[in-house]
Design a protein around this ligand. Structure first.
Ligand code: AKB
Length: 315
């Protein structure tokens, strides 16, 4: 029987992943935590505790009491917010991860998951089909913290044999939860505007290609990675993961087929520079080879799936 602890459970990935983990392991075996107050936590059927991951006493007490067999450490500041508050981002993203790695080592937690991001890459990285191992040199606070995090994950694996697993998520597009403070957030906002029959003002240029992924695929990848036998996990920093490569214009044109009156305008802001230094597309051969990763959603299927489900979800 597995016992699961999730940090950052109220975030874009956390809110969706928690539901899947409850379905798989049962409500009593999953504890969702986040820094927000219990009355603001969105998942009524989850066991929830308020937790600041930087409070190592509180974290240690929860891990002592719950004795999780798996920790999903999702609490982090995303790229756009991190550029506004680089030192806060470093503290949360780095000290938070180190607190989790330490508690997992000390209390012998069998498995830990931590998300990295395409933000580990920078302007010197080959932008088409970016390889697993290549020049990184991120220039954003978020990217720097993610790259340093990857090195620490591999360090804990090599030095202490901590079974840590990680994915470099592309921008995630879902309809059940909202992102906050990311550069790829436009790709979630745009669907909501279309459904509300409002025009969308996009903060990236029309032709900004970025690696993206449907949330359903990202959840499957995460669960598949965590369920794979340890011997199949050859990359202990973080795996490249490929979904869909698209631009705001691609998404707009796809949505317009269903909502012909939908309108968009482009007003790039500081997030454009972040996006300009990220890859266009990702090579994920290692993930496919090592643990059988295979995405299910292409651009067309994802747009259809979201436009069918989002209106029911917003009711
Ligand atoms: C962000 O935009 O910051 C995230 C990411 C790509 O890691 N969605």
């Amino acid at each position: 029987m597995e016992r699961i602890l999730i940090t950052g459970a109220a975030g874009q990935i956390g809110a969706e992943l928690t539901k899947f983990l409850i379905d798989i392991h049962g409500q009593n075996n999953v504890l969702a935590t986040d820094i927000i107050e219990p009355n603001r936590y969105p998942l009524e059927d989850a066991r929830y505790r308020k937790l600041d991951v930087l409070d190592s006493n509180a974290l240690g007490n929860i891990v002592q009491k719950e004795r999780p067999t798996q920790i999903f450490h999702l609490a982090a500041l995303l790229s756009a917010k991190s550029e506004k508050q680089p030192l806060t981002a470093w503290r949360l993203n780095m000290d938070g991860l180190l607190a989790i790695l330490e508690v997992a080592r000390e209390l012998k937690v069998p498995k830990v998951y931590w998300p990295s991001s395409i933000a580990v890459f920078g302007p010197d990285t080959p932008s088409q089909n970016t390889p697993q191992n290549t020049v990184m040199n991120p220039i954003t606070a978020y990217g720097i913290s993610k790259l340093a995090g990857e090195r620490w994950c591999e360090y804990y694996y090599r030095k202490y044999q901590l079974d840590i697993r990680s994915l470099r998520y592309p921008g995630l597009i879902g309809y059940k939860s909202m992102p906050g403070g990311g550069t790829t957030d436009y790709a979630v906002e745009i669907f909501r505007k279309a459904i509300e029959s409002e025009p969308y003002e996009c903060f990236l240029k029309a032709d900004t290609y970025l690696p993206m992924m449907y949330m359903g695929d990202a959840i499957n990848a995460t669960l598949q990675l965590m369920q794979a036998p340890s011997t199949r996990i050859k990359v202990r920093s973080s795996y490249n993961l490929r979904g869909i490569s698209c631009s705001p214009k691609d998404l707009f044109e796809g949505i317009k087929k269903f909502y012909p009156a939908f309108q968009i305008s482009y007003k790039p802001d500081y997030r454009q520079e972040i996006a300009d230094h990220w890859p266009d597309s990702i090579d994920d051969r290692e993930a496919r080879k090592d643990w059988g990763w295979q995405p299910q959603f292409d651009l067309e299927l994802m747009i259809k799936e979201i436009l069918i489900n989002l209106p029911k979800y917003l009711l």
